[in-house]
Design a binder for this molecule. Structure first.
Ligand code: GN1
Ligand code: MG
Length: 351
C-alpha cells in the first residue's frame, strides 16, 4: 500500500495552521492511528485516524454514536478537551477513495498502562468506568446504532468459531486443538449469566486498561477509543477492564507461566467503581465476577477464530500472533474461573 498523503488529508479538516509531523502509533489492532505533532513546539496536538471500513461498515453511524456521547461526557474533566474536528465542509469524517479518515484533538500529557502498576490505578480505572456509565445514562439507547452487531455475544462468537473450524485446514485445526477443546468444555459455565435478566445500558465495549488516560499522579482522566460505544451489559466493561487489571502480564505474553491473578486489584477496582456513585442493580453487581472470565473467553475465541481464518480481522505482526493471543486470553479466563469464589466474597460485602 502506498503511504497516504497525510498533509493533504489533514488539511481538509478544520485544523490550526502550523507545520506538523505525522507518526504512526502501533497501538490497536483495528484502525491506523497517527499522532500529529507541532514541529516547532513538539506538542502532540491531534490524532489522525484511518478508520477500518471492513470492520466498521457504517462509518456514519460510528461517528454519530461518538458525537451523541461526547457532549454528555464533556460534563466531566478531561473529556472537555476531546474534540472531534470537522472537515472544512462540515462533515464528521473525510472519505478519500475507499478510505475514511477522522481527526480528534489529542489529550495532553497522557499516561497509559499496559498492565496495572499499583492499587491506585486499579481503583481509578474502576472509578472512571463507573463515571463513564453515569455520564451516558441520560442518553437514549435508541440513538445508538450497533456498529458491530453482537460484538460480545457468546453464542454468535461460538458460531463463528464453528464456521471457521469447518472451513480451515487440518493443520491449523490441530494447532488450535487444545484451545478449541477448552472452549467446548467451558462454554456452559457462562449460561449462568442469564444475560436477558441483566439490564441493557450504553457501554464503551473496549475498556482495556490502555484505553484509560491517567495523569502523572495515577488519577484517571478519561476513556478514549470511543468506536465501540454500543448497547451492552455492565459486565462487558467491568470484565474487559478487569481481565487486564488483574492479569500480571499483557495479552501478548507468550510465557504463560508468568501469568497470575491479582485479587487486591479486583477489590480496588470494585471500590473505585462504587465510589463513582454509579447506580447499578444487584444482578449487575453479581455479574461482575463471571464477567472477568467471560470477556477474555470472548476475546480468546475471536483470536482463535481469526487464526483459523488466516488472520483476516486483526492486524497481526507475525503469523501465529492470533494463536498466541488466544492461548493467553483463554488461560486467563481459566484462572479467573478459579477465582470466582474469592471475587464473589468481595462483591458480597458491597451488596
Ligand atoms: C481491538 O484495535 P483495538 O486494540 O482498539 C478490538 C477489541 C479487543 C482489542 C485487543 C473493534 O481493539 O475488541 O479487545 O483489539 N476491537 C474491535 O484484544 O474488534
Ligand atoms: Mg478499540
Amino acid at each position: 500500500m502506498n503511504k497516504p498523503d497525510f498533509l493533504s488529508i489533514f488539511n481538509k479538516f478544520e485544523v490550526r495552521e502550523a507545520s506538523y509531523s505525522f507518526n504512526k502509533i502501533s497501538m490497536g489492532f483495528i484502525n491506523q492511528t497517527y499522532i500529529v505533532t507541532d514541529s516547532k513546539t513538539n506538542a502532540n496536538i491531534y490524532i489522525l485516524q484511518q478508520i477500518n471500513h471492513s470492520i466498521f461498515k457504517n462509518i456514519e453511524a460510528l461517528q454519530n454514536n461518538i458525537s451523541y456521547s461526547l457532549p454528555l461526557l464533556k460534563k466531566h474533566g478531561a473529556y472537555k478537551s476531546i474534540r472531534l474536528i470537522e472537515t472544512k465542509s462540515k462533515k464528521k469524517y473525510l472519505k478519500v477513495g475507499g478510505d475514511y479518515w477522522r481527526v480528534f484533538t489529542a489529550v495532553d500529557k497522557a499516561v497509559t498502562y499496559d498492565t496495572c502498576p499499583n492499587p491506585l490505578v486499579a481503583f481509578e480505572a474502576g472509578r472512571i468506568i463507573g463515571l463513564f456509565h453515569s455520564l451516558l445514562e441520560p442518553l437514549s439507547s435508541n440513538l445508538i446504532i450497533e456498529t458491530i452487531p453482537d460484538f460480545h455475544n457468546l453464542d454468535i462468537r461460538l458460531k463463528q468459531l464453528d464456521d471457521a473450524l469447518s472451513n480451515t485446514s487440518n493443520l491449523l485445526k490441530n494447532r488450535a486443538k487444545k484451545e478449541v477443546e477448552f472452549v467446548e468444555k467451558t462454554k456452559m459455565v457462562f449460561t449462568s449469566l442469564k444475560m436477558s435478566e441483566i439490564p441493557l445500558r450504553i457501554c464503551h465495549n473496549d475498556t482495556k486498561l490502555n484505553n484509560i488516560i491517567f495523569d502523572k499522579n495515577h488519577n484517571a482522566k478519561c476513556l478514549i477509543d470511543l468506536d465501540t460505544i454500543m448497547n451492552g451489559h455492565l459486565l462487558y466493561d467491568t470484565g474487559d477492564a478487569l481481565r487486564i487489571i488483574c492479569n500480571s502480564v499483557t495479552e501478548d505474553e507468550k510465557d504463560l507461566s508468568k501469568m497470575s491473578f491479582n485479587l487486591e486489584y479486583f477489590e480496588q477496582f470494585v471500590q473505585g467503581f462504587i465510589a463513582s456513585g454509579i447506580k447499578i442493580t444487584p444482578k449487575e453487581i453479581k455479574s461482575i465476577s463471571l464477567g472477568v472470565a467471560y470477556m477474555p473467553f470472548i476475546h480468546g475465541i475471536r483470536a482463535i477464530t481469526d487464526f483459523l481464518q488466516g488472520n483476516k480481522y486483526y492486524t497481526v505482526s507475525y503469523p501465529d500472533e492470533n494463536l498466541d493471543r488466544g492461548k493467553n486470553l483463554l488461560k486467563f479466563s481459566a484462572i479467573a474461573l478459579q477465582k470466582l469464589d474469592d471475587m464473589n466474597a468481595i462483591l458480597n460485602k458491597i451488596g
